[in-house]
Design a protein around this ligand. Structure first.
Ligand code: FAD
Length: 310
């Protein structure tokens, strides 16, 4: 029986493991793939305080060492079901049919950026293709970049990048944006942002690094190549929370509804990191959630034990 069972070993889950284990609770961490989460895909994490110039993998290795040395367990299995979620003792079921009992659960399953789906996207990951302007924008100072998307994230990315890059193309498949009017107005006021509307990205050009993005005009079907050094993909994120939908509230986009306290409304079930409703999805905010959720789980376990023993 575990006191705290964490689903997802990204920055949020790994931090929760540190806090859970240091809080004196028997803690286990599950991941379907590896430890580290999304961050292992980035060659350069430049915005995490105190650790400049490290790769995502170096960050993940450091935190893994920290929580395993404290005694938290790591298991590589995908969680496919949770039984008795609203009871004091909950059961988690894995893809291979194993069952584990626990007193509290922290959901830290993250989210994946939705890919463009064009050829070369994988090859250029970290070589011009980025899914995070906040993370990678500074690498494109005085360069030419494109942003693909039409929602608030795309517009905010275009605005952020316009202060760093020489020129920004904003490529959107419709002639109107889904983003808030104020975001649209701010971007339109930027001299170095060019709107490429009614257009879809159909290809990426370059050898080792991106040198161009091919776009097709949806009306005329004409194709042209824009010379760019980078393409920022901002067409949404996909959270992976279907497994939990019967006992926690998900919003329309599939994120677990919870505030800064990381509470879900179901006793003993907490949520941390990119998989919950929030504005900023970064390592710094994920690790913050991990600490908050784990301390809440420690408190829950202490209270539950006290009530059972009374
Ligand atoms: C390419 C890239 C570069 C980035 N660069 C930066 C950066 O430089 N700085 C920065 O601050 N942020 C960066 N980010 C964002 C940052 O990586 C995320 O905000 C952060 O990883 C979120 O952490 P998390 O723990 O909430 O989720 P994730 O990192 O998404 O981890 C979730 C984990 O849960 C696992 N999981 C999901 N479902 C299940 C299940 N059912 N059972 C078991 N395991 C499951 C997944 O396999 C995954 O390992 C970057 C993101 C990307 C994609």
């Amino acid at each position: 029986m575990y006191d705290i069972l964490i689903i997802g070993a990204g920055p949020a889950g790994m931090t929760a493991a540190i806090y859970g284990q240091r809080g004196g609770k028997k803690t286990v961490l599950f991941d379907q793939l590896s430890y580290g989460g999304q961050v292992i895909n980035t060659p350069d994490v430049a915005n995490y305080p105190g650790m400049p110039n490290m790769t995502g993998l170096e960050f993940a290795n450091q935190v893994y060492k920290q929580f395993t040395e404290l005694g938290a367990e790591m298991k590589y299995e995908k969680i496919t079901q949770v039984k008795d979620a609203d009871k004091p003792i909950k059961t988690v079921v894995t893809e291979s049919g194993n069952e584990y009992q626990c007193k509290s659960i922290i959901i830290a399953t993250g989210a994946q950026p939705r890919p463009l789906g064009v050829e070369g996207e994988e090859k250029f990951r970290g070589a011009g293709i980025s899914y995070c302007a906040t993370c990678d924008g500074a690498f494109f100072r005085d360069k030419v970049v494109a942003v693909a998307g039409g929602g608030n994230t795309a517009l905010e990315d275009a605005e952020t990048l316009s202060d760093l890059a020489k020129k920004v193309y904003l490529i959107h498949r419709r002639d109107e944006f889904r983003a808030d009017a104020t975001n649209v107005a701010r971007v339109k006021s930027k001299d170095n942002v060019e709107l490429v509307l009614n257009a879809v990205v159909t290809g990426l050009k370059g050898d080792k690094f991106i040198e161009g993005v091919e776009v097709e005009d949806k009306v005329t079907k004409e194709k042209r190549t824009l010379d760019v050094n980078g393409v920022f993909v901002a067409i949404g994120q996909v959270p992976k929370n279907e497994v939990f939908k019967d006992f926690v509230k998900l919003n329309k986009a599939g994120y677990v509804e919870a505030g800064e306290d990381c509470q879900t409304g179901t006793p003993g079930i907490f949520v941390a990191g990119d998989c919950r409703t929030k504005k900023v999805r970064q390592i710094a905010t994920a690790v913050s959630d991990g600490a908050v959720a784990a301390l809440a789980a420690v408190e829950h376990v202490n209270k539950t034990c006290y009530e059972v023993n009374k």
